[in-house]
Design a protein around this ligand. Structure first.
Ligand SMILES: [Zn+2]
Length: 155
């Protein structure tokens, strides 16, 4: 049994190109961005803060998001066959994708918005509260004027 378990373990390790990150509340970060700010050493730390704040904002627990893959990428996002600009939640793949096109800093990524979809669904934004979640992103960004100041504001 022991060799079989070892084989199973090595197979699982070989198949996992990413794994749940306890520092990111169990999300599995797949950072594909080549933006300088997304490559900085503090990017994961900032994501952790953003995710923690977002959990409160969207009324979710870490257990509800554990195992979800978080893809950070540049450019548009293929969202269930349609093109999206800021982000997408793919229920089938349990994958949350956010685009760096949303703004020039981590805090402007649509993490809270897509997490709300992941936890509460509502793909067509029919329930109330979406504008508050989107405004929350601006509040996060306002705390990082160096990276998200004037250049980060949509006019
Ligand atoms: Zn949405």
């Amino acid at each position: 049994m022991r060799p079989a378990l070892a084989l199973l373990a090595s197979t699982l390790l070989a198949c996992a190109s990413w794994s749940p990150d306890p520092d990111l509340y169990g999300l599995q970060l797949d950072n594909r961005s080549s933006q300088a700010w997304a490559q900085r050493d503090d990017f994961r730390t900032r994501l952790r803060v953003i995710i923690a704040a977002s959990l409160t904002e969207v009324d979710a627990t870490p257990a509800q998001i554990a195992g979800i893959r978080l893809v950070v990428k540049d450019g548009s996002v293929d969202c269930n066959g349609a093109e999206a600009t800021g982000g997408c939640w793919d229920e089938l793949d349990r994958t949350l994708t956010v685009s760096t096109d949303a703004g020039p800093c981590a805090e402007l990524l649509l993490v809270a918005h897509e997490l709300r979809h992941a936890v509460h669904g509502d793909p067509f934004h029919l329930s109330g509260g979406w504008s508050a979640v989107d405004a929350f992103r601006e509040t996060l960004a306002a705390g990082h004027e160096d990276d998200c100041g004037r250049a980060g504001r949509r006019r």
